[in-house]
Design a protein around this ligand. Structure first.
Ligand SMILES: N[C@@H](CCC(=O)N[C@@H](CS)C(=O)NCC(=O)O)C(=O)O
Length: 205
């Protein structure tokens, strides 16, 4: 079934190569939503600040609603356009997926960020990232997506974990992305390679 089209135009501010922007694009693609992207220069966030009061992208604008922070934008999309869903209907499965996304955002992301910012012991952070790779691989044992069906877990993690398989794109000079590309070594037979290819082939909004 074709998903219903939104009654209001959905706009979203972005910069090139943004991981958090790609989450929104994957979620919108899954829901069959078209987004009007507003490209801003990475070194001039004044349009983003003017609309949202803070400088980071993504920022979604729909009618008089302005939503910043990718997890909040994903929640907004799920609430406004529930089908097809990013979260399982079953409350237990739903909570499990939400716990994965929270762990990814609040715990996992701290390690590459700390390496990028030069805080703490880089060897310890790198070891944490390698341990997490084993967890992602275990989640993909015998199934195509991190929590079973494609959804919030994949949308949340893919833009970061893709660097393990795809490396840096030409023209991407973001030092955080270089950390991701350098600190997530994968075995050639890691199931993360096939997962990255599978998610990368999905539609974008
Ligand atoms: N928690 C925010 C973080 C947003 C964020 O860090 N955005 C990056 C792009 S992926 C950005 O705008 N970085 C520019 C900067 O730090 O100046 C989210 O998930 O949307």
């Amino acid at each position: 079934m074709v998903p219903p089209q939104p009654l209001v135009l959905i706009r979203c501010y972005r910069i090139p190569f943004s991981t958090n922007v790609e989450r929104v694009s994957l979620a919108a693609g899954h829901k069959g939503l078209e987004i009007e992207w507003i490209d801003v220069a990475p070194d001039d966030r004044s349009p983003v600040e003017a609309v949202s009061g803070q400088p980071l992208v993504p920022v979604l604008v729909a009618g008089d609603e302005v939503v910043s922070d990718s997890p909040r934008i994903l929640d907004w999309l799920e609430e406004r356009f529930p089908a097809p869903p990013l979260l399982p209907r079953d409350p237990v499965r739903r909570a499990e997926v939400q716990i994965f996304a929270d762990w990814f955002n609040r715990v996992w992301k701290r390690f590459p960020n700390a390496i990028d910012h030069g805080t703490g012991d880089p060897a310890e952070h790198a070891a944490e990232m390698r341990r997490a790779v084993e967890r992602f691989e275990a989640l993909l044992s015998g199934r195509d997506y991190l929590c079973g069906e494609f959804g919030l877990a994949d949308v949340t993690a893919f833009p970061f974990l893709k660097y393990a398989s795809l490396g840096l794109q030409a023209g991407d000079t973001d030092s955080f992305h270089a950390v991701l590309a350098g600190q997530l070594p994968l075995r050639p037979d890691s199931p993360l390679h096939a997962w990255v290819a599978r998610v990368d082939a999905r539609p974008r909004g």
